[in-house]
Ligand binder design. Structure first.
Ligand code: FE2
Length: 307
């Protein structure tokens, strides 16, 4: 079976093609802005590039629309104007369509690409921060952010101190040496990042030290909750997914924590960490059925794992 996946929850418009569970193509085009994501502008971007990205994916996979059996699209969670572009584009292709959950797609492609069998999945991105594990046919949420996603926190703080985005924080943090005390907010198994962003943005210390301290604090919070969830869920593997999973410092901290607990650590290659169409195609091919509409607030733990 050949399944095409369409991703359009936030910045990225992506089209992936899978045959069975093999990725044949994974093309994308991302909306970039200096002041953070403006949903209607992102949607405008997606509408402008959707045909070209789709054609590029068909060419890369060396197939035509006639070869496609199923079209999967990201039904949520995500920004409504962006989700609508993906759904409408999927419908315009006049094939059987299936709306799938974006968070679950990240986890499933992560498992596939790393051969993680039954991990505790840590999904960290701009809009999402969730620690989940499969228990009785659902990815149960063991811990999550109470305010903004960790990637959004990095982006906000970066802009507040005159940098472009969260990736710049990672680069700058490598030169930092002095740890500056910042708010560390863990509530039970949940996390909050807004206070950290506000406090760090007000400090007048060297940018390298602020970037270093911000990153250490945010990732320590996340690693602490992950460690407790690992014990609680009685899992032996950790799978890191989402755009922020590409951060090398986070990978290292998780690796150290896992080694201490005798757990295996997995992270897919960068192409499959961030939002991509291949993960939507892969989940579509697994689930075969799903939503016919968008569901902007669709939670990970609402999806029954029937595959
Ligand atoms: Fe995502």
């Amino acid at each position: 079976m050949i399944c095409v996946g369409i991703e359009s929850t936030a910045h990225t418009f992506g089209v992936g093609v899978v045959k069975g569970q093999k990725v044949l193509a994974n093309e994308f085009d991302s909306y970039l802005s200096k002041e953070g994501i403006i949903p209607v502008e992102a949607a405008k971007h997606h509408r402008a590039v959707c045909r070209a990205v789709f054609s590029a994916a068909m060419d890369r996979a060396k197939i035509g629309l006639a070869d496609v059996d199923l079209i999967a699209f990201s039904a949520g969670p995500g920004l409504p104007p962006c989700l609508l572009v993906g759904m409408n584009f999927a419908r315009s292709l006049k094939k059987p369509i299936v709306g799938v959950n974006h968070c679950v797609a990240h986890i499933e492609i992560g498992k596939k690409m790393t051969a993680a069998a039954d991990p505790l999945a840590v999904y960290v991105s701009g809009g999402n921060t969730q620690i989940t594990a499969l228990v009785e046919k659902r990815y149960r949420v063991f811990g999550e952010t109470l305010d903004i996603g960790i990637g959004n926190a990095f982006d906000k703080f970066a802009r507040n101190i005159g940098l472009r985005n969260g990736a710049d924080i990672e680069k700058l943090a490598r030169q930092g040496k002095k740890y500056i005390e910042l708010p560390y907010t863990v509530k039970g198994m949940d996390l909050a990042f807004s206070g950290l962003v506000t406090a760090a943005s007000k400090k007048k210390d060297e940018k390298v030290d602020l970037a270093f301290s911000f990153q250490e604090t945010a990732f320590s919070m996340l690693t602490e909750v992950t460690e407790r969830a690992l014990a609680h869920a009685e899992k032996k593997e950790v799978l890191l997914v989402g755009g922020v999973a590409a951060n090398k410092r986070l990978q290292k901290m998780m690796k150290i924590m896992c080694a201490g607990r005798g757990a295996k650590f997995h992270v897919p290659k960068k192409e499959y960490c961030g939002d991509n169409g291949a993960m939507i195609a892969m989940l579509g091919a697994l689930a075969k059925k799903g939503m016919g509409e968008i569901k902007p607030r669709w939670r990970t733990d609402e999806v029954e794992v029937i595959w």
